[in-house]
Design a protein around this ligand. Structure first.
Ligand code: PRX
Length: 635
């Protein structure tokens, strides 16, 4: 189909209209012409947002790795599939060709099978950004096992919760990881996590930092000797389009993390199609997304989307500030990166450094710049445009979610005129709408409401692992017959969308979703704490940061607050990870409550945001006197 790759605005509108008028024909043509299927589907789409149940390409059979690897071997066998850039710039980068990737994935697949992993089994992957991470993801997919990648910055408690929730049979990890000048003892974290799990039979350990680690007999195995012995051929397991491909956990505003389940066929079609269009991908491009594969951005736009297009995808192990804050720009110059996709928080952090760090590098290879994960503020947008893109590379502000699997709203570069802070227009096949609080759709232009999607797209998550009811309640119960995103958005006079932020108790810190209730639960476990409330406040690098209001027990009043402050961040780090630490803590004598005993977060949010002139009506509070006290004690 000629319009697989959209090249001008008129074509976008034509394609978009077709995708809405005849969604099934639209996606069927794309699926038929651009992918390898072992059996054709019986039905393109069946859906019911009430149940909810969504199926794409039902009856079709495929293996996503045949699409991401095997089919490129004839034409692109020697082309670099994965370009690995290590943490230390003095260590050589590694170019893994499609042929090498094929062999490495097959060997890994055979190791998984030899260790008792088969179709449908869950495998937890807890690895740093080294090639084994992408390879193990693909190896699971090749044998039909369901991967559950856990970001290697999460603590042992967070890891064991995720392992237990999906009952993983195996964990794949490494002896440790490099992070700038530090090393992290990943295997130690896994050992600790496994003390509270019963389902894991085998731990495969990749060697990365050559540290001396404990090996538990009959459970832990070094990976390399097993790979050395494995055969480089492994036929792919042919699975149903609707079989689960992976589980990826995301935090909700309450409760334990939600294991979003993505299926194979629709996810492949959608991530490949959006990758091609949103990054204007061309054959010789060198594409780099700086996310970690532990997040959805890495799954969809480091691994599956790029490889399904036969692209070269860069995998960077390190951090933007090591050995200095010019590292990103150094890598772009070194590998002549054409598309660069990162998060606003990274842009804001790098914008604080001397401009010379950027200017001394040749960035002329760049053609498209992308951002994702949180709203990008206007200053950061312009800094990116002026200094990185030299006003010559369009910025694609891509809005999407773990649950959506792929990019939903975004400009198409060289096609959609961009406006700073606007995610602009929907991708073909995406039908956004804005709702008011009474459940009525806001039609027309210049409206502001809650962002929903009216119609299924191929990569929507199909359920929450083990809790379909929660899936229904979280996404399909707020508005009838709609998927509710949890975000607010406005539609301007030309129909462009701008995301205004979360409408629930999720705070996005440095691009990471943080549910406030799970963090409060952990704080409340501290023996000195009566109760706590967390709100977000603006932070110039993180976008938002966490502000905790904490009431202490009488018995703790003699203790040094400084120590309690440290202990609280310590338990948060232990239970979730350092990303959830509070930037500010205010110890209070009480929290403002309604007469029914509910904490009035609205007031606390305003105080943290310095909006005390406009606190609204506080007279109905149970304890209005604490409000002034809290204002006076603001940190
Ligand atoms: O609030 C939106 C914000 O990130 C949330 C999704 O987070 P997560 O599932 O971790 O996925 C992040 C990567 C896809 C959304 O509900 N968000 C994501 N992208 C943008 C954004 N907010 C504003 N602009 C964006 N471009």
């Amino acid at each position: 189909m000629s319009n697989y790759h959209i090249k001008h605005l008129e074509e976008y509108f034509k394609v978009y209209r077709k995708s809405i008028r005849e969604p099934e024909n639209f996606w069927e043509e794309i699926a038929e012409e651009h992918f390898v299927w072992r059996k054709h589907w019986d039905k393109v789409l069946s859906w019911d947002f009430k149940k909810p149940e969504i199926k794409w390409f039902e009856g079709a059979k495929l293996n996503i790795t045949e699409n991401c690897i095997d089919r490129h071997l004839f034409t692109k066998g020697d082309k670099t599939a994965i370009l690995f850039e290590p943490n230390d710039p003095n260590e050589a980068s590694e170019h893994i060709s499609y042929r090498q990737l094929y062999e490495r994935v097959n060997k890994f697949s055979n190791v998984l099978k030899d260790n008792g992993v088969g179709k449908g089994d869950r495998v937890c992957i807890y690895l740093p950004m080294i090639p084994e991470l992408a390879i193990s993801v693909l190896a699971c997919a090749r044998i039909g096992a369901v991967h559950s990648v856990v970001f290697a910055g999460f603590s042992s408690t967070a890891l064991s919760t995720r392992i237990n929730d999906s009952e993983c049979k195996m964990v794949i990890t490494s002896d440790g990881s490099y992070r700038g000048s530090k090393t992290i003892d990943l295997k130690g974290i896994v050992d600790e996590a496994l003390e509270s799990t019963k389902c894991v039979e085998t731990v495969l350990v990749a060697k990365r930092i050559n540290s001396d680690i404990a090996i538990k007999e009959n459970r832990d195995k070094w990976l390399q000797p097993l790979l050395d012995k494995a055969s480089p051929e492994c036929s792919p397991e042919i699975i149903d389009a609707e079989d689960p491909l992976f589980i990826l956990y995301t935090s909700g505003s309450t409760g334990k993390p939600k294991g979003m389940v993505h299926s194979s066929g629709g996810y492949m079609v959608y991530t490949a199609y959006t990758f091609k269009n949103v990054f204007n991908y061309k054959h010789d491009d060198i594409y780099w997304c700086t996310a970690d594969i532990g997040w959805i951005t890495g799954h969809s736009y480091i691994v599956y989307g790029p490889l399904a297009n036969g692209a070269t995808t860069v995998m960077f192990e390190g951090v933007p500030s090591y050995p200095d804050t010019g590292r990103f720009w150094d890598i772009i110059e070194k590998h002549k990166v054409t598309q660069f996709y990162t998060a606003p928080t990274a842009i804001r952090a790098l914008a604080k450094a001397e401009l010379d760090y950027v200017n001394k590098h040749d960035l002329s290879s760049l053609k498209v710049l992308g951002t994702v994960g949180e709203p990008i503020n206007e200053d950061a947008w312009h800094w990116y445009d002026d200094n990185v893109g030299k006003n010559n590379s369009p910025i694609v502000d891509t809005w999407w979610q773990t649950e959506t699997g792929g990019i939903m709203l975004s400009p198409i570069p060289y096609v959609t005129p961009t406006i700073p802070t606007y995610a602009t227009l929907p991708m073909p096949g995406v039908q956004p709408c804005l709702m008011d609080d009474n459940g009525k759709e806001l039609k027309g232009r210049q409206v502001n409401g809650k962002l929903c999607i009216k119609f299924p797209w191929p990569s929507i998550a199909r359920t929450i692992w083990g809790d379909h009811e929660r899936y229904k309640n979280t996404y399909f119960s707020t508005f009838e017959n709609m998927y509710f995103t949890g975000d607010g958005a406005l539609r301007d006079a030309v129909g462009y969308y701008r995301i205004t932020g979360r409408t629930d108790d999720v705070i996005i810190v440095s691009g990471h979703n943080m549910g406030t209730a799970p963090i409060e639960d952990i704080i409340n476990e501290h023996q000195a704490v009566v109760e706590s409330a967390i709100v977000g406040f603006p932070h110039d690098v993180k976008g938002s940061a966490l502000y905790g209001y904490i009431t202490l027990k009488e018995s703790a009043k003699g203790r040094k607050l400084e120590n309690i402050h440290k202990e609280i961040n310590q338990i948060i780090t232990e239970h979730i990870g350092p990303i959830a630490k509070l930037d500010k803590i205010q110890f209070t004598n009480g929290l403002p409550k309604t007469r029914s005993g509910k904490i009035m977060r609205r007031i606390l949010r305003k105080i943290a945001n310095n909006e005390t002139d406009n606190l609204g009506d506080t007279s109905t509070l149970l304890n209005p006197e604490v409000v002034q006290e809290i204002i006076d004690g603001k940190v």
